[in-house]
Design a protein around this ligand. Structure first.
Ligand code: SF4
Length: 361
């Protein structure tokens, strides 16, 4: 995408545009066995997931390991194909894009993975690693190297000093900066950040998070920021989606969600974060046991086997993700009356805030 045109559009428009719309996204992985590799079950990794991302927004996605957050990112950028659902990126059908359309999608939507070393080719120096994707998009060699130097500067690395170094000559934080620079090389609109700081020391984490925050401001980028670390997600995100066993269970404004979690799983997750205040010390662990297998998830609400508030209906009816108070929640605790209030507040918020919430907030 031509970044100059995009920036000009942002400058004249006070209402951010919807960049990404995801509806009913599903991915089931077959479990095969025997000589004939017959499918005997399916892992429901992502099961009917819907959300939007607005231009310039950071959507955090948080949840325990195996909840489907990384699979969702891989589906969005089509590293794996969805079984069902809509992915509309910049108004185009990304779920079924092929050939040139898929190439364009991967230019405008880039991903940064958790392991900065594994993501880099050990035989390529830094500037060649960054220039590689530009060459694949038919950039002339000289322009590709110039762009590589430009994005290295953007991520706070001196190109003259680091351009000819190899990955083994860099620290973990420097390698992740190179990965971010590589993701920026094609002037994307949306970065999928999949646990981008999880493998880094705490002090380096803070530097990389600050860098990501600065880049969002200076380049007008949007992020989907995936992490199991609640603090890290809170630090960067405008809105947060909480995932459990392949589903979004709560989605709302980050400050409100952290201040007043509604879904029992979100409450348990936040309560599980260590607190040094002795007054807030807990006698019982807030979240007991492991999540059930995604091959055979519990009937009704998937959280019911660990939920202290579970009722009969929770085993019988799957709670849909619907407006409750100021956000979306999938839980039977929120009555239809509170949901109607939520829908009304939701509609009012649409008229007064710069970020228009949709039916998916
Ligand atoms: Fe708990 Fe029931 Fe709400 Fe699920 S629907 S989180 S089991 S109260």
């Amino acid at each position: 995408m031509n970044s100059t045109v995009t920036d000009a559009t942002r400058a004249v428009s006070s209402q951010p545009a919807k960049l990404l719309e995801v509806k009913g996204l599903k991915k089931y992985f077959p479990v095969r066995t025997g000589v004939f590799q017959r499918t005997v079950a399916q892992v429901k990794a992502v099961d009917d997931v819907s959300f939007d991302v607005w231009q310039g927004e950071i959507l955090g996605v948080v949840g325990e390991s195996g909840c489907g957050k990384s699979t969702t990112a891989r589906l969005l950028i089509r590293l794996i194909d969805p079984d069902a659902g809509v992915i509309s990126f910049q108004g185009k059908d990304a779920a079924r894009a092929t050939g040139g359309e898929l190439k364009a999608l991967r230019r405008d939507m880039q991903i940064v993975f958790q392991d900065p070393y594994a993501s880099l080719n050990p035989r390529m120096n830094v500037q060649d690693s960054i220039a590689f994707s530009l060459l694949a998009h038919q950039f002339p060699k000289k322009a590709a190297v110039e762009k590589a130097w430009d994005v290295l500067e953007k991520v706070g690395m001196n190109p003259a000093q680091f351009g000819l170094r190899y990955p083994h000559e860099l620290s973990g934080g420097q390698r992740q900066r190179v990965n971010i620079a590589r993701a920026l090389a094609l002037d994307p609109e949306l970065l999928l950040l999949d646990e981008p700081v999880s493998s880094l020391d705490k002090s380096i984490q803070a530097q990389v998070l600050n860098l990501l925050g600065d880049l969002r401001q200076s380049l007008g980028l949007s992020y989907i920021f995936i992490s199991h670390d609640l603090h890290v997600v809170e630090y960067l995100s405008d809105r947060v989606a909480v995932m459990y066993l392949g589903k979004i269970v709560e989605l709302g404004n980050a400050a409100d969600l952290y201040d007043r979690p509604l879904h029992p799983y979100t409450q348990a997750l936040l309560a599980s974060v260590p607190n040094i205040d002795p007054a807030k010390k807990r006698a019982a662990p807030p979240l007991m046991g492991d999540p059930p297998s995604p091959i055979n998830p519990p009937s009704g609400c998937r959280f019911r086997t660990r939920c202290p508030f579970a009722k009969d209906i929770c085993a019988e009816v799957e709670p849909p993700l619907l407006p409750a108070e100021d956000r979306l929640v999938a839980c039977h605790l929120y009555s239809s009356a509170s949901r109607m209030n939520g829908a009304a507040k939701h509609a009012a918020a649409t008229e007064t805030t710069a970020t228009p919430p949709s039916e998916h907030i």
